[in-house]
Design a protein. Sequence first.
Length: 129
Amino acid sequence: MAIPYSKINDILLNWATNDPPIEDFTVENVLYAAGLDSSYYEIVLRYLMSKTGFELIPKKMLVCPSNHKIQAFDLDEDLEGELFDCFCGESDFEAEDFILVFSFTDDFKKDALKKKLMKNQEQRHLQLV
């Protein structure tokens, strides 16, 4: 099973340089953007997790009983006993359902912007030649 790591890296660079940067994305979002089916989930998850602290910040996103995203928390944050409300009207529910989401580190966003600027400058230079 060949994984297009360079394609995934390009997707992450593009998302980090988006204005505003794409945040709280899932493994499924990466699979879809890379044109991969769900059979690649586990290996792409491991690849994204290997970037923890360097490029990506994994978090747990609280989902309301009607499946709306509420808020992202650190993976080790204890939310036991806290009650939450959702814009959809669901109220006073406990933090029980989560999905894994990823955000970019500030350093990665800065580096991605530098790379994008350099690439744009190279393309302009080539057009002038």
